[in-house]
Design a protein around this ligand. Structure first.
Ligand code: AMP
Length: 112
């Protein structure tokens, strides 16, 4: 399934890229929900966490590590939240696996 994120990976639409390697891409969310809000996505077209295969283990690990490293470079020393909205009940709108990193303010719990 081609999504807006595939177009960002292909460079067909612009994004505010924070980090890129062969496996994943981190860029700022276009509609931020916190002072710092960026997304980390695998370059491989994986629909969601619920669609992972065993072969995706290293890809997901890489994305989480990049989330941590970019959070540090963004100065989120006070903490942050890593979220992967998954399928309809999880509120997923873009059907390409993505990890939200939100920080820069005190975040409420539980989420809605
Ligand atoms: P989700 O609801 O978890 O699927 O979140 C999708 C996220 O992608 C939302 O927070 C959107 O603001 C974000 N988004 C959609 N299109 C773009 C884009 N072109 N560049 C950056 N972020 C985007």
């Amino acid at each position: 399934m081609t999504t807006v994120f595939s177009k960002i990976i292909a460079g067909e639409i612009p994004a505010d890229v924070l980090y890129e390697d062969d496996i994943c891409l981190a860029f700022r969310d276009i509609n931020p929900k916190a002072p710092t809000h960026f997304l980390v996505i695998p370059k491989k077209e994986i629909v969601s966490l619920a669609d992972l295969s065993d072969e995706d283990e290293a890809i997901v690990g890489r994305c989480v590590l990049v989330a941590s490293q970019v959070a540090e470079s963004e100065g989120l020393v006070g903490g942050y939240r890593l979220i992967a909205n998954t399928r309809e009940d999880g509120g997923q709108e873009v059907m390409h696996l993505h990890f939200h990193v939100l920080g820069g303010r005190k975040l409420g719990w539980p989420p809605g």
